[in-house]
Design a protein around this ligand. Structure first.
Ligand SMILES: [Ca+2]
Ligand SMILES: [Ca+2]
Length: 246
């Protein structure tokens, strides 16, 4: 749960990593196809019922399901120049959907505005029990998928998966050099007011380019998954049904 500390510190700048937690098989989590969510972007046609659920958020709490070696808490992080809800100081509980999306009634939700340095985001660690932050081995999977929408119009976000290369903890980038760490492998996506399913293969993820550069994501040593917005934008982001794709 104390991942928030990390959020405030190190992860700063853009993406971090991935995390994945699988989990809970409570009803419906394995079937992201939802009425109204048609236009799945990149969705591999028809539902990814074969994936491993990292979090479907249906229990409403701020932790990913503790399963398969995954454990971690949701947190927000930002450059401290604007306002974000929930605030970093609060527990990041999941939010109830005003309109259920298929079997889903809860999702991760954060909104805010006024950030001017690099922005704000939210995410979760894949292997952090609150005492020790370690890596998660996702090498059995080809990528991740999730559903997302914007509650405030079209919005550009960056999804990042931090690994042992781009996280200071990995000892490969240099946390003492500005703009070395935290340039996580990820992708830039465009959200709309409609729910869309995004499927990203690890192979297609790229660093943003401002940090120490590495040839490719280290999928067997992932730290976290994060959803981030840039500066000078009012945002209202919803994320649901995050899965590891075989
Ligand atoms: Ca939970
Ligand atoms: Ca959900």
């Amino acid at each position: 749960m104390k991942a928030m500390n990390l959020g405030a510190l190190g992860w700063g700048v853009l993406g971090l990593g991935l995390a994945l937690a699988l989990g809970a098989c409570d009803g419906g989590s394995s079937e992201p196809s939802a009425p109204g969510g048609s236009g799945g972007n990149g969705g591999s046609g028809g539902g990814s019922s074969s994936g491993t659920v990292l979090d479907d958020m249906e229990d409403g709490d701020s932790s990913i399901p503790e399963e398969g070696g995954r454990v971690g808490a949701w947190y927000v992080y930002n450059d401290a120049t604007g306002s974000q809800d929930p605030p970093e100081s609060a527990d990041f509980a999941m939010s109830q959907l005003s309109e259920p999306r298929g079997d889903s009634t809860f999702a991760a939700h954060s909104s805010g505005d006024g950030f001017t340095e690099w922005g704000a985001g939210f995410g979760f660690d894949l292997n952090n029990d609150g005492t020790t932050r370690g890596t998660y081995d996702a090498s059995a999977y080809s990528g991740v998928s999730f559903w997302a929408r914007s509650g405030a119009g079209s919005l550009a976000i960056r999804v990042g998966l931090s690994d042992a290369q781009t996280s200071a903890e990995g000892g490969q980038c240099d946390p003492n050099t500005e703009d070395s760490c935290d340039d996580a492998f990820g992708a830039n996506l465009q959200l709309t007011s409609e729910w869309q399913q995004f499927t990203l293969s690890f192979a297609e993820l790229q660093q943003d380019g401002w940090g120490m550069q590495f040839p490719g994501i280290q999928r067997d040593q992932l730290y976290s998954m994060q959803f981030e917005v840039g500066t000078n934008v009012a945002f209202d982001v919803w994320v649901d049904d995050i899965m590891l794709v075989p």
